[in-house]
Design a protein around this ligand. Structure first.
Ligand SMILES: Nc1ncnc2c1ncn2[C@@H]1O[C@H](COP(=O)(O)OP(=O)(O)OP(=O)(O)O)[C@@H](O)[C@H]1O
Ligand SMILES: [Mg+2]
Length: 221
């Protein structure tokens, strides 16, 4: 099992880069904040990569297409969860772990907490099973900091609607589903307050960004 050896090595060596993930419902501001943070960190001389899930590598982006294709309405919840974890395993092996080992800051737009929020809280799959599969895929490489941008679902939808593209398979879910997802993110933060911080996503982008920089700065070596 070469990947396990690689990851246990990684845990021992986890002294270099910084792994930060951004989470929250659609339209809460993850991409906006990730872009602003990366620009700021680069201007301060840090080596930064911004990546996203599902996706982030050619193989994982192919899995993303399957996951988000609105034609795939017959996808079983377990298929969805396993595809997400497959995409995550590939993303970690090919992008995240090599970047962290090279001392880079990795900003990831969605990660394992999205599986807990969407598949666990949203779809109602057993939280213990989602947790176990997250643990298998993440294999010890948890982010040092996770920021949840919290926003009422209606506000997130109104913002996302401005993008003027067809809704993907997840976005097409009912509002009640997205409310459960939002509650899921808040529950995740409550359960792991050292790693997961909640920021109010309804403030202007620059106000939120100031809080983001503050939280990241104290974790920079
Ligand atoms: N704090 C904010 N206040 C008002 N509008 C915002 C704020 N942050 C982002 N926006 C706008 O809302 C829209 C959605 O933001 P963004 O794409 O960053 O969200 P997201 O969380 O990445 O969404 P998705 O999950 O769908 O990718 C964009 O048009 C963006 O310019
Ligand atoms: Mg986005």
């Amino acid at each position: 099992m070469p990947r396990r050896i690689q990851n246990s090595e990684f845990r021992i060596q986890n002294s270099k880069g910084l792994f930060v993930t951004f989470e929250g419902i659609e339209g809460c501001g993850k991409t906006t904040q990730a872009t602003l943070l990366a620009k700021w960190l680069k201007s301060r001389g840090h080596r930064v990569i911004v990546t996203r899930e599902p996706g982030g590598t050619p193989i994982a982006e192919k899995i993303r297409k399957v996951l988000l294709d609105s034609k795939n309405h017959s996808m079983a919840p377990l298929t969805e969860l396993l595809l997400l974890q497959a995409s995550r395993a590939q993303h970690l092996a090919q992008v995240i772990i090599p970047a962290l080992k090279a001392g880079k800051i990795v900003i990831c737009d969605r990660f394992a907490d999205s599986s807990t929020a969407y598949q666990g809280y949203g779809r109602g799959m057993a939280l213990e099973m989602v947790k176990q599969l997250n643990q298998i895929a993440v294999d010890g490489c948890w982010p040092r900091l996770t920021l949840v941008f919290d926003l009422p679902v209606e506000k997130g939808f109104a913002r996302a609607a401005k993008r003027k593209r067809a809704l993907d398979r997840m976005e097409q879910q009912q509002i009640a589903f997205h409310r459960k997802v939002r509650r899921g993110f808040l529950a995740i933060a409550k359960a792991d307050p050292a790693r997961v911080k909640v920021l109010d996503g309804s403030f202007p982008p620059d106000v939120i960004q100031a809080a983001v920089r503050q939280l990241v700065s104290v974790r920079l070596k």
